[in-house]
Write a protein that binds this ligand. Structure first.
Ligand SMILES: [Zn+2]
Ligand SMILES: [Zn+2]
Ligand SMILES: [Zn+2]
Length: 252
């Protein structure tokens, strides 16, 4: 299985427009972060988790030959606004794109992108999506996917576990019943927004403590703001934790 990070930045991206802080002005490319998403190639199936506004740029830099399904963590703008780029895959694959999400996320997608859920013949001027509500384990092709409920402030969203890999962005607390879904991981991806606490995201310290409790072989942090200087703050991390960066590829 190969995981490719298309973006590792918070909702505004890094650099932030018109910000002259040290990270935004940094010439370290690890401090340039597009909005958060990954592709997961299991060997048989290729999944895209979220469609951020940078998706076109991301898939030009780190292409995939096809996409078998899109999984949505939740419906915040930084995770959905690139959905129109799915048109290209409708055209190449000559079929609707299967989209998996919680019921409330799918409702929001249908409201915001009402034109994208048409039926009948494909229309290549718009994304052609087929929604699937998930609340428990499901499969795409030969790949088994376990949704992991996470708290993002007061909202419940999904992380996803595929084999011994789990992707948990936009999280500020792990619900009681989700810890056991994260047992025995080889690789965990976890939200670590910034140094100070935040109502809807883990701070770096909270992320480190959560990663220690989950105990994955390796934890990669994502969804970072311009608070996080890759080189400087990497020194604060335990040995089996690191900041992910755009273009990072992991082979499991
Ligand atoms: Zn986000
Ligand atoms: Zn800045
Ligand atoms: Zn969010």
């Amino acid at each position: 299985m190969r995981v490719t990070f298309l973006g590792t930045g918070t909702s505004q991206g890094v650099p932030v427009i018109n910000c002259d802080c040290g990270v935004c002005r940094s010439d370290n490319e690890y401090n340039r972060r597009m909005r958060t998403a990954v592709t997961v190639n299991t060997g048989t199936d290729i999944l895209l988790i979220d469609t951020p506004p940078d998706l076109r740029t991301q898939l030009l830099k780190w292409p995939v030959p096809r996409i078998d399904a899109v999984l949505y963590t939740h419906s915040h703008a930084d995770h959905i606004l690139g959905v129109d780029e799915i048109r290209r895959f409708n055209y190449l694959q000559e079929q609707r794109m299967d989209v998996f999400a919680a019921g409330d996320t799918l409702d929001r997608l249908r409201t915001i992108f009402d034109y994208a859920f048409s039926e009948g013949e494909l229309n290549y001027g718009i994304p052609n999506l087929k929604g699937h509500i998930v609340d428990s384990e499901f499969t795409v092709g030969r790949t088994v996917i376990v949704p992991v409920p996470l708290m993002h402030g007061k909202q419940q969203i999904f992380g996803f576990r595929i084999g011994d890999f789990a992707y948990c962005t936009d999280v500020s607390a792990i619900p009681q019943n989700s810890w056991n879904l994260l047992d025995g991981l080889e690789v965990l991806v976890l939200d670590a927004l910034r140094l100070r606490e935040h109502p809807t995201h883990f701070s770096l310290q909270q992320a480190i403590e959560t990663a220690e409790r989950i105990g994955a072989g390796k934890t990669w942090f994502t969804h970072m703001s311009h608070d996080i200087d890759h080189a400087k703050h990497s020194k604060l991390l335990p040995r089996n934790m690191a900041f992910a960066f755009d273009g990072l590829q992991l082979d499991l």
